[in-house]
Design a protein around this ligand. Structure first.
Ligand SMILES: [Zn+2]
Length: 209
């Protein structure tokens, strides 16, 4: 691992086609608007730290009135309206070098987190929670964008990483709005992920020692 210093940036790998923007009617599914089901397949083997990260991620979303419903294991192929996180280790150095995770905001389901690049950082459970929340937010917003401050910042600074150990980073107001709008769209429409573009949002960090 040649990750040398605190630094973080998010890059986008552009693939094919355009974002799928769906205008869906609000079908009065009020209670469904506030939750998202997240399937987690964890091959990290750090069950305690991952459990702590899940708890913190849930708390961070609860702070903006979004409930995470956790499920064990990846979603079934073609399953709609859910998010699937894979926590993996033994990441090849050549795969998105220095990335902590990536997600597919336009495909709307899949996130992969590189635990081996997080586990040696200070507060790995808290960094993992922030990476989960950052990538879940990309999926819920359905777009690869970043905010000037907080969880959806493109570049977490040393100070950001340091403050994660004390208190979670916050959502920018525009992210709160976009998350709730995204949830309405996801939960009120039969979202199809088939044939959607493969653009990837990558959270890159040069962290760890
Ligand atoms: Zn990002």
């Amino acid at each position: 691992m040649n990750l040398k210093k605190w630094a973080n940036l998010i890059i986008t790998l552009t693939g094919v086609a355009m974002p799928a923007v769906s205008a869906s009617p609000a079908a009065g599914a009020k209670e469904d608007d506030e939750h998202v089901t997240v399937h987690l397949a964890d091959s990290a083997g750090d069950m305690l730290l991952v459990a702590q990260a899940k708890r913190l991620a849930s708390q961070m979303f609860a702070g903006i009135e979004v409930k995470i419903v956790w499920r064990v294991g990846l979603p079934a192929a073609g399953q709609k309206g859910v998010i699937g996180i894979e926590i993996v280790t033994n990441t090849p150095e050549s795969l998105h070098p220095s990335a902590l995770a990536y997600s597919r905001p336009y495909e709307g389901v899949h996130i992969r987190i590189f635990w081996d690049r997080i586990q040696r950082m200070p507060f790995p459970n808290k960094v993992l929670a922030h990476v989960m929340v950052h990538e879940i937010t990309h999926i819920l917003e359905g777009i690869d964008r970043h905010s000037g401050e907080g969880i959806m910042k493109a570049h977490w600074s040393d100070a950001d990483f340091g403050s994660m150990g004390i208190k979670p980073l916050s959502f920018a107001p525009e992210d709160v709005l976009m998350i709730h709008n995204g949830l309405k769209t996801r939960n009120s429409s039969a979202q199809s992920t088939t044939g959607q573009p493969e653009r990837t949002s990558v959270t890159v960090s040069g962290a760890g020692k």
